[in-house]
Ligand binder design. Structure first.
Ligand code: HEC
Length: 372
């Protein structure tokens, strides 16, 4: 074996090493010698285990993910989904200028939407709980720039680059929402830190800083596992009444011995003063819900009429009976079997509140529905 031959073998081996260190797959970066230095050993969300998480691709777990993003165009559903206003997609688009400041944040842009957002309605009430939660979020996400009172004097501001204006919070609610969502100037977008409800909560807190009074939270009523809001005059919804009735029917089914009375106050059944004539303008929706409820169930209902304690007790008793009967009559006219409806009147019995105030008396004049 001459020396020349040995050279050839050495050169051949070297070439083998050079070529074998590259993988055949042209998309591969080659061997990773210390994968856990650049691959997170943590359980990652939204990744394809087969390709990304393991340094060797593993066909048997390809296309399996730890978690998936919700399908496009769907909205979160929580319980009775009483808060669709916060779940619907936000239809305003970022402006073209944001491409340079915030990167490609969207597939579509619209320069008019920032100005148009002034007109967007704020769906949130200034309930104390909203303001309180908004304050916590504000302190976490905004104070360091905008300052505790919104004067623009946060701990990282007043620098060469970050100078939030002292009047940032004088914008319309809808426009603040837009800027919190997409960012403005050096302020980054907060859409991925705060969901839509949280953004409105922050705005509630900003408004309270601006001097707007908050209002007490509505009384929440627990009927087994569903929390229903004791509906105020303006936010009556047919949907929530129907779901309360359905819930009540479920409870009745489970409580076979009727150990509890399953009743609901029909707040929006209104009669003309001193008469059993239904005020259809105010009562129509409740009546429609009662009819559709009866069409979806085989259960029976009882309407219980009550009055306040003013006037003659006997007359009150009769009036409460007539009112309960008026509701029954309406349902029967709409094709519901009369045998499934009972109507009772109890005059001023079982008051819900004191009869000494007008507010209390208004609460005592009521029609309750009982599911049997
Ligand atoms: C990095 C610092 C920083 C953070 C964090 C920050 N902002 Fe800002 N914000 C700014 C600056 C700077 C401006 C002025 C932007 C401009 O007009 O160029 C601004 C402007 C605004 C405006 C006025 C927007 C407009 O339409 O003119 C609102 C409202 C606002 N911020 C709310 C918030 C809220 C709410 C938070 C917390 C969720 C927040 N900001 C977090 C720096 C910040």
């Amino acid at each position: 074996m001459n020396i020349n031959y040995l050279h050839k073998i050495a050169a051949g081996l070297a070439l083998t090493v050079v070529f074998s260190s590259c993988m055949k797959d042209e998309n591969s970066f080659g061997y990773e010698y210390m994968p856990d230095m650049y691959r997170s050993p943590a359980q990652e969300a939204y990744v394809d285990y087969g390709e990304v998480r393991t340094w060797k691709s593993n066909d048997s777990i390809k296309n399996t993910q730890s978690a998936k993003l919700p399908p496009m165009g769907t909205i979160p559903f929580q319980g009775a989904n009483a808060e669709p206003a916060y779940s619907m997609p936000y239809n305003r688009l970022p402006s073209n200028a944001m491409k340079t400041t915030h990167g490609a944040v969207s597939l579509e842009y619209n320069d008019g939407d920032y100005d148009a957002s002034v007109a967007d309605a704020n769906p949130m009430k200034m309930y104390e709980s909203n303001v309180e939660h908004g304050k916590q979020l504000y302190n976490r996400f905004c104070t360091h720039c905008h300052g505790e009172k919104g004067a623009g004097d946060g701990s990282v501001s007043n620098s060469e680059y970050i100078n939030p204006p002292a009047n940032a919070f004088t914008r319309a609610d809808g426009q603040m929402f837009y800027s919190i969502t997409y960012g403005k100037g050096v302020m980054g977008a907060h859409a991925s830190q705060l969901n839509k409800k949280e953004r409105w909560e922050v705005i509630s807190y900003i408004k309270s800083m601006n001097g707007e009074a908050s209002i007490p939270d509505p009384v929440m009523k627990m009927t087994s596992n569903v929390v229903t809001e004791e509906v105020a005059e303006d936010n009556f919804s047919k949907k929530s009444l129907l779901s309360s009735l359905t819930q009540l029917a479920d409870e009745t089914t489970h409580d076979v011995n009727h150990s509890e009375a399953h009743t609901l106050n029909l707040d929006h059944l209104v009669f003309a003063t001193g008469s059993s004539n239904l005020d259809m303008g105010k009562s129509q929706e409740t009546l429609e819900v009662l009819v559709s409820f009866m069409k979806t169930t085989t259960k029976s209902l009882e309407f219980d009429g009550y009055t306040d304690n003013t006037g003659n007790a006997e007359a009150n008793l009769q009036l409460s009976k007539d009112r309960a009967n008026a509701v029954k009559t309406y349902l029967v006219q709409q094709g519901i079997d009369a045998g499934r409806i009972t109507a009772e009147g109890f005059g001023s019995a079982n008051p819900k509140a004191s009869n000494d105030t007008e507010e209390g008396r208004a609460m005592n004049r009521r029609t309750e529905v009982k599911i049997k």
